[in-house]
Design a protein around this ligand. Structure first.
Ligand SMILES: *Cc1c(COP(=O)(O)O)cnc(C)c1O
Length: 384
């Protein structure tokens, strides 16, 4: 069974023998020319025309009014949470099934993550689990929402669009409104994913993208905060640029800020990548549909985009019947040079985040033990 899968992947990528990676960036002449132009301009660091252009491109693509570029997605999350008003001692609701950046950003603010289970079909934060937990454990007061047992403020909610598949963000938005929680979307994996006609990351007060080397497009390293709120955008830019007050020559900083601005070199790379994005998304969709067909024909479970949503199919995934089958599949494919990976170890299983508050997480546990990511790069014909 694994052999047939391996043959299929090798045929898909027209690669009879060399190792097939999980996800590779697509880059070439446009990126080289853009980076060269940044060098020629002498603006290679955190000021430059490409940073502004890249922000404009991402804002326009996502339909957000404002975009603020940062050195990576983790920094974007950190700034977004600070701007959302997250303070030391706060609780921030999120999913345990995520890359560690989500929890780390919460921790950098001095707050603690509070884990709610994910939904079996979207792989993202479950609205019904969220509502049920809030009804059982939280109370709304004049000043905000508090956890009853500890009296701690629950400030924000950070759902994540897992593997690029949009979570049920409309239902989560409604719940966050009802409970006065600031919604910040971790859309790091979901550039090019939509719910209805709206881009992921534009439902919350802020959304965050990543341009790390393994994401749909890359800037080498980079991130972006998007928002429709001008004040939040201004504050995010201020905090991410060392909180320097605008002035023709003086260095005055009005609070402790961060040196998180995306360098112009990386932004130049990003501008070139943005013009490839539609082609990459089309190619990744083609890959996903070929996998879906193969899985259907062979009785495997392929993870498809949720109903009513359009996924960027960043990382494709298959679901195995149990952990043993999954481990055998991981061993066989990796030994054959076809790179596959399990999902992240859930955050509540890591000693650093194990002691926090959480609801039971049966779906998180089940998915973490059975999902496998399979090679998902754009096809060669989508790379010119
Ligand atoms: C990639 C990613 C981030 C941000 O990662 P950086 O490497 O800092 O850009 C944040 N959250 C999730 C879920 C991610 O996958």
């Amino acid at each position: 069974m694994c052999d047939e899968f391996i043959q299929f992947v090798r045929a898909l990528y027209e690669e009879p023998s060399a190792p097939i990676p999980l996800h590779v960036p697509v880059m070439g002449t446009p990126e080289k020319e853009a980076v060269a132009a940044a060098i020629d301009s002498t603006f290679v660091s955190s000021v430059g025309a490409f940073v502004t252009e890249f922000e404009r491109d991402v804002a326009e693509f996502s339909g957000a009014k404002y975009a603020v570029a940062t050195v990576n997605g983790t920094a974007a999350l950190h700034i977004a949470l600070l701007v959302a008003g997250v303070q030391p001692g706060d609780l921030v609701i999120t999913q345990s099934l995520s890359f560690i950046a989500t929890c780390n950003a919460i921790h950098y603010c001095g707050a603690d993550p509070l884990f709610i289970d994910v939904d079996e079909h979207t792989l993202g934060l479950s609205p019904s689990a969220l509502r049920s937990w809030l009804e059982r454990h939280a109370e709304c007061r004049m000043e905000g929402t508090f956890e009853r047992a500890t009296g701690r403020r629950i400030r924000a909610c950070v759902p994540m669009h897992t593997l690029g598949h949009p979570t049920d963000i409309k239902a989560i938005t409604t719940i966050c409104d009802e409970w006065s929680l600031t919604l910040v979307e971790d859309a790091a994996e979901s550039l090019g994913s939509y719910v209805g006609n709206a881009h992921t990351g534009t439902f919350g007060r802020m959304g965050v993208f990543s341009f790390n080397g393994n994401k749909v497009i890359t800037t080498g390293g980079g991130g972006m905060i998007v928002t429709d709120d001008e004040q939040l955008a201004v504050r995010a830019k201020h905090l991410s640029t060392t909180a320097k007050k605008p002035h023709p020559w003086a260095f005055e900083h009005d609070e402790v800020g961060y040196n998180y601005r995306l360098p112009n070199l990386n932004a130049a790379f990003g501008v070139a990548q943005m013009s490839r994005l539609p082609g990459l998304l089309a190619s990744k969709r083609e890959v996903a549909s070929r996998y879906a067909q193969w899985c259907e024909a062979n009785g495997w479970t392929f993870v498809s985009e949720p109903q009513g949503a359009r996924s960027n199919y960043w990382l494709n995934a298959v679901r195995m019947s149990d952990r043993e089958t999954r481990d055998a599949f991981l061993a066989a494919t990796n030994a054959a040079g076809v790179m596959t990976r399990p999902l992240w170890t859930p955050m509540h299983r890591l000693p650093i985040y194990a002691s926090g508050l959480r609801d039971p997480l049966p779906v998180t546990e089940a998915l973490a033990g059975t999902l496998v990511n399979i090679p998902s790069s754009a096809l060669a014909n989508g790379r010119s």
